[in-house]
Design a protein around this ligand. Structure first.
Ligand code: NAD
Length: 497
């Protein structure tokens, strides 16, 4: 079909789709060994899309055995980097050729607007291309020794990497984990979220078509407490790369300690502060960006700008600007390319977000707009803004993962920085000001893995993405992520006697 552009085009494409629902193990699509399945549901309609293989420990064990066998065989792990590059570039081309289908799978599975999903596909494809291009440009080292030795520092793949990913950017989070791990020569087992497994399974067939050898890339759909736990506890997994909540990240640290001390990279939650100083030239424009920072992807974003800190002298008019921008961001049919927000991922998340809104009201915050669920079918919530939030309130401290903005006022730079840092999280922070001295001071003092100055969520493949504090310890994207998936081997070569 030609490029879908209208709601009707996307609806027609959705009707024509078929879903791969089986696990991908050792180059074959197979049911879970138990025969169990789980339903994946379209949250915009409440309809079941498909019954998907529900993998568990025996499937994990089988996949790990095949991954280890592939690694030992060496047709990927020892392949020249330039050849691995060609296969991954082929995969990126196939993803591009199928980007509308892949985008649609994510939209149907988790409710985000299709225009956002298309943006995710560009990000996922760019990630595969960047990592593929990096791998034959990453050199080892020769250590500065005397002439009596030649001392080499070699980079080698780790072995078997298990990637466990969330549902909010299903294929893009997958790409951020899988592309560098494959590029470095590892065997990779992917466990997508049980709320959004479909695009990962489609990726598996494209990976096979691109020429990845058998057992090098496998996909195990299923739940966290079953197949996810089994991978995390496996003695045959050398590295666990996780994106998800801080609570599960802490659990995975225990699993790693209880098993083989596998390497563990965690990309976890956030409660990101967005600081607006009164000296900004165009506060209306900043207000629109502040609204986008929280309402993009229905607020289901790890780096959502969920705490808005505004200098008190401009706070009232600034909030009016945010409310005006929010009015134009009401949720709509995710298949409509004009929709800015879609549906919450499922009934549980819908209920959870509404519960936070209720607590915000009960704890005395002032609801300025939104706060409602839209009539069903589907799990929609209007963009919600609370003012008069104090630091102890639940909506000020906890990651809501929904379209709920908490606004605070401040009078001084010191107060703003202290409030921004008063969080167990440290994933992202935004800073809007024209004062270069202030920008330099505040940027350095913010406890955050990334700081956006006069923008929100800026970055491309060249920039690492990750957090500090309880937001995690890993870095996705850029050559830094590629380096995480390789081991250093020190080789000291003496003169032959
Ligand atoms: P989640 O932690 O519930 O689940 C994430 C993944 O872990 C899923 O695949 C799930 O099945 C699996 N899992 C759950 N319990 C497990 C267990 N005991 N053992 C092994 N695996 C287990 O998170 P979610 O609801 O899917 O995603 C939302 C969270 O992800 C938010 O906290 C968000 O901030 C975070 N996130 C972080 C980033 C980042 O880059 N830092 C990016 C996107 C999302």
């Amino acid at each position: 079909m030609s490029r879908p552009e209208t709601l009707a085009d996307w609806q027609a494409l959705a009707k024509s789709l078929s879903y791969e629902t089986r696990a991908f193990i050792d180059d074959e699509f197979v049911p879970a060994e138990s025969g169990e399945t789980f339903a994946t549901v379209n949250p915009a309609t409440g309809e079941t899309l498909a019954e998907v293989a529900s993998c568990d420990a025996p499937d994990a064990e089988r996949a790990v055995d095949h991954a280890r066998a592939a690694f030992a065989r060496g047709d990927w792990s020892r392949l020249a980097p330039g050849k691995r590059k060609r296969v991954l570039l082929r995969l990126a081309d196939l993803m591009e050729a199928h980007q509308h289908e892949l985008a649609l799978l994510d939209t149907l599975d988790m409710g985000k607007p299709v225009s956002s999903s298309l943006g995710d596909m560009s990000g996922a494809i760019a990630c595969f291309r960047y990592q593929a291009e990096c791998i034959d440009k990453l050199y080892g080292e020769v250590a500065p020794t005397g002439e009596e030795a030649l001392a080499l520092v070699l980079r080698e793949p780790l072995g078997v990497v298990a990637s466990i990913v969330p549902w909010n950017f299903p294929l893009m989070m997958t790409a951020w984990k899988v592309a560098p791990a494959l590029a470095a020569g590892n065997s990779v087992i992917l466990k997508p979220s049980e709320k959004s497994p479909l695009s990962a399974l489609r990726l598996a067939s494209l990976a096979r078509e691109a020429g990845l050898p058998r057992g090098v890339f496998q996909v195990l759909p299923g739940f966290g407490h079953t197949v996810g736990r089994a991978l995390a506890l496996s003695m045959g997994v050398d590295c666990l790369a996780f994106t998800g909540s801080t609570a599960v990240g802490k659990q995975l640290m225990k699993y790693a300690g209880d098993s083989n001390l596998k390497r563990l990279y965690l990309e976890c939650g956030g409660k990101s502060p967005n600081l607006v100083f009164a000296d900004c030239k165009d506060l209306d424009r900043v207000a629109r960006h502040a609204a986008e920072a929280i309402f993009h992807n229905q607020g289901e974003v790890c780096i959502a700008g969920s705490r808005l800190l505004v200098e008190n002298s401009v706070r009232e008019t600034f909030i009016d600007g945010v409310i005006e921008a929010a009015a134009a961001m009401q949720p709509g049919d995710p298949l409509d390319p004009e929709s800015f927000m879609g549906a919450m991922v499922d009934e549980t998340q819908h209920r959870r977000v509404l519960d936070f809104i209720r607590r915000g009201r009960e704890e005395g915050a002032r609801l300025r707009t939104g706060g409602d669920a839209l009539p069903g079918p589907g799990y929609f919530i209007s963009p919600t803004v609370f003012d008069g939030v104090t630091p102890q309130m639940a909506i000020a401290r906890e990651e809501i993962f929904g379209p709920v903005l908490a606004v605070f006022g401040f009078d001084s730079e010191e107060e703003a920085v202290a409030m921004a840092n008063d969080s167990p999280y440290g994933l992202a922070a935004g800073l809007w000001s024209q004062d270069i001295d202030r920008i330099m001071r505040v940027t350095r003092r913010l406890e955050s893995g990334q700081v956006f100055v006069n923008n929100w969520a800026g970055g491309d493949q060249t920039m690492p993405f990750g957090g500090v504090k309880q937001s995690g310890n890993g870095r996705d994207k850029s050559h830094h992520s590629l380096e995480e998936y390789s081991e250093l081997k020190s080789v000291w070569m003496s003169l032959a006697t």
